[in-house]
Design a protein around this ligand. Sequence first.
Ligand code: ARG
Length: 652
Amino acid sequence: MEKSFDEQNLLERKVTQLETRFAQLDQLDHDSQHNTQFDAIPELSDLRVENTKLKYRISTGMTSILHSVKQLFGTAIREAYPMLTNAPLLVTKSDHADYQCNSALPLSKYLSAEKRLPPRDVANTLIAHLPPNPLIGDVVVAPQGFINITLNKEFVSNSILNVVTTGVHVKPLSDKQANNRVVIDYSAPNIAKEMHVGHLRSTIIGDAIARLMEFVGMDVLRVNHVGDWGTQFGMLLAHLIEKYPDYKTNTPPIADLQAFYKESKKRFDDEPDFKARAYNTTVRLQAKEAEMITAWKQICEISRKEFREVYNLLGVSQHLIERGESFYHELMVEVVKDLEQKKLLIEDEGRKVMFSTDPSAPPLTIVKSDGGYTYDTSDMATLRQRIHDEKAGRIIYVVDGGQSQHFQLIFNCGTLAGYYDPNTVRVEHLGFGVVLGEDKKKFKTRSGDTIRLRELIREGFERSLAKLIEKGRDKELTPEELKAAQEAVAIGCIKYADLSHDRNHEYVFSFDRMLDDRGNTAVYLLYALTRIRSIIRNANLSQDITEMAKKESKLDLSHAREYKLAKQILRFAEVILQIADDLYLHTLCSYLFELSVVFSEFYDQCYCIEKVMEKGVQKVKVNINRIILCEATARVIETGLSLLGIKSVNKM
Ligand code: ARG
């Protein structure tokens, strides 16, 4: 049963009050253990029980208002027109009001001739069937039948107070029965090769999506599908064994794995004998000969160190687990057997291929003519493993758009093979465009080499410090604060530039643009946030703001700009839940940017702290309502940035 909004609000308040009392009693309980005069406090254990029960009954958090309005109108349509089972439910944000419902027009066409009414009358019928709720304040029908909806101010005011008293949480939309296990495949660089900007994008986007999914209550598994099992290993290992014959006892001193890769490749291309030995080494590695495995592990470890360095600089979640192609070796054997049994493989010039249902698409190569497996084979195995063993309800592959056909084929063939049912498991390729240099050409160094990520990030650190110094911040901040700001800006600007563009488009990597503090950039947002934080600090509150908000019964939102800001704050849930569905993170960036613009408009006209003369003495008057609005704004920006993987700072 859905709880009514009133009941929900009441419960949320009750939990907050209880939690305050609970903390006080906990302190008392703690003190009593050092003071034999006190015995156990019976009230405490009762409260604990009551609190657990309450917590069980509610899940606190912001709701998507758009979704709630939709639900209300959905109910109204069902009640008013039970015979129209497929009635269109059209609710959107509105320029004329807060939201609008456009269902009356199509509904009027659906009604049978004898019941037909003009759209305006249909709209009024819908309004008459709206369930009672605290959310909608006013509804006005336009002559054409559009319903303009404005929110109830009291609901907005209560919701803002909740943000400050209970924190920024978003209530998930999904029902409790749904499988909430999500596997996210991202980053995935290749061993012994340079991690390039494509991997950087995958890492940044994947990390943010994983954070967001966890935030809305999903059970997330982060998988780093590194390329650690290709045929290139034969060549690398053969060269390693010949160059460092004592590799079993002494770790080879390879400082530059890319140079080592190039050396091996040159020999592979120039020396036919070496080439033959390389092929033989691949066979020995795939047969898992102990010596080969030792050498292979050494190469992987050198690469892994480099990747880790990049991940640490970027602050990528520690939960990203490495499960490279080699992890699926045995599973690939099973997949091949399985596909053969299901008669899905076709012999083609010595290869074994599998066709999808798309007659125009090429087939997947499952077994090569030399008996080896391919990227296709490994992805059929990952798909099967993630569904069978990981019990995923959703799988997201964060890989550049260039691989879109590969994934379409894998998903199509995976369904054909019965590995999953698209109606119950959601399997998606989250693609993205290429990164361009400022010359609008593929992002490369001047000599045409792949850009090294560590160097790129290091440049970000230098440029960010230069920018802070240019703004004279080094004179204002302590060395620690300056360092924190430098890091937040450097990493923040790289991530934000990536995330703030529609991911399907290519984007131009330009530090100048990223570090601009005037546009929709990380720098702008970080500054906006520190400004809000400093307004709150300057209010010199005598008490913790959360405690103060708990005591307020109502937030005054009489100024138009206060109200506009409050409503913008509350849109957060709607934006987050939309991204959890469509995976377009740039909408979160636009939302945060818009929020900080709306905040500036508010701050322009609404004094938060005012110097007033009282009986000839100058006094500082703090408007607590507005400070609470500042706090709610700051918390939403902080939460939003943290979901994007961007650290915020108190001073900058
Ligand atoms: N290592 C691959 C590359 O660099 C990406 C792997 C993505 N994940 C996957 N399951 N195919 O192109």
